[in-house]
Write a protein that binds this ligand. Structure first.
Ligand SMILES: Cn1c(SCC(=O)Nc2ccccc2)nc2c(=O)[nH]c(N)nc21
Length: 278
């Protein structure tokens, strides 16, 4: 009897929903002051997230928020490599959140298992070749414009179909470069060049992206669309909305969810799946 091959991505079973923990290795994310605090705090946070049930730890050294301070590629490397090295040595699955090829190379060398690029491997002309040569899984996210200006006036004919077409184009570009579809994950890029209504359209029609034949990653945690729905909520007061949008993603069959609050999200997904007759 032919055994059905269980869907897999980065060694993870794609028949279930995984939580990806966010680790921003930027001085303002952790205690201000020397790198020692930043590295050791980030490593401790990663270990806690893994213990709380995160399947992947997403490590980034450059904030992509509008108005964020610029970081040199070398500074970005100096921030993320020590953290990746320690957490990869523990055996955790690490994704490197970067749009720079040089940072991808350093992170992969330090043990990163996945490339998470908010520019869909377009932000640096060497990214595609670095990703292809690495043989590692990639995460392709949609962004309209650049982080600094993307929220000025986002325009789409139809946000869902335009994002779908972009992701299909990026997948085909990756395949031409030798990246098999089996090592590609797609992501609609909530908050990256989208108005509130664009974000809500995408969140309510996430299942369409299964048509691309790749696992789907969703990042909604603490994002400003939640603050637009509940204007009183600053980023640290958006757990309810983050959880609700994670469960919505799960309901649409999303396979990975990128969050700050791992334990709470893991619990919400466990209760959601336990209370739904499948
Ligand atoms: C690196 N990265 C980011 S950073 C933006 C962020 O968290 N903003 C934010 C966080 C907290 C509060 C307000 C805004 N978002 C995604 C995503 O949605 N998908 C993938 N694949 N990678 C991503």
């Amino acid at each position: 009897r032919l055994m059905a091959k269980r869907p897999e991505y980065a060694g993870l079973d794609m028949a279930t929903c995984h939580v990806m923990g966010i680790i921003n290795v930027t001085p303002d994310s952790f205690s201000d002051g020397g790198d020692y605090n930043t590295t050791s705090d980030a490593v401790a946070r990663g270990r806690a997230m893994a213990k709380a049930g995160a399947s992947i730890l997403d490590i980034g050294g450059e904030s992509t928020r509008p108005g964020a301070a610029n970081v040199s590629e070398d500074e970005e490397i100096n921030r993320v490599v020590p953290v990746i090295r320690e957490l990869a040595a523990d055996g955790h699955v690490i994704s490197i959140d970067t749009r720079h090829a040089s940072v991808m190379e350093a992170a992969l060398d330090a043990g990163a298992a996945i490339i998470n690029d908010v520019t869909g491997l377009e932000g640096d002309e060497r990214s595609m070749e670095v990703a292809a040569a690495s043989g590692k899984p990639v995460m392709l996210m949609h962004m309209q414009g650049e982080p600094g200006t993307m929220q000025a006036d986002p325009q789409y004919d139809c946000a869902v179909l335009d994002v779908y077409d972009y992701l299909l184009d990026r997948i085909e570009s990756c395949e031409r470069a030798g990246i098999a579809r089996e090592r590609i994950c797609v992501d609609p890029g909530i908050g990256f060049g989208k108005t509130l209504s664009h974000n809500l359209e995408l969140l309510s029609r996430l299942a369409i992206f299964h048509g691309l034949g790749c696992p789907i990653l969703l990042g909604t945690s603490r994002k400003s669309f939640i603050g637009k729905i509940d204007p009183d909520a600053d980023p640290k007061q958006r757990l309810g909305g983050s959880i609700a949008s994670a469960v919505n993603g799960w309901r649409h069959g999303v396979q990975m969810i990128r969050v700050h609050d791992v334990q709470e999200t893991v619990q919400a997904l466990s209760v959601s799946s336990s209370t739904s007759m499948v």
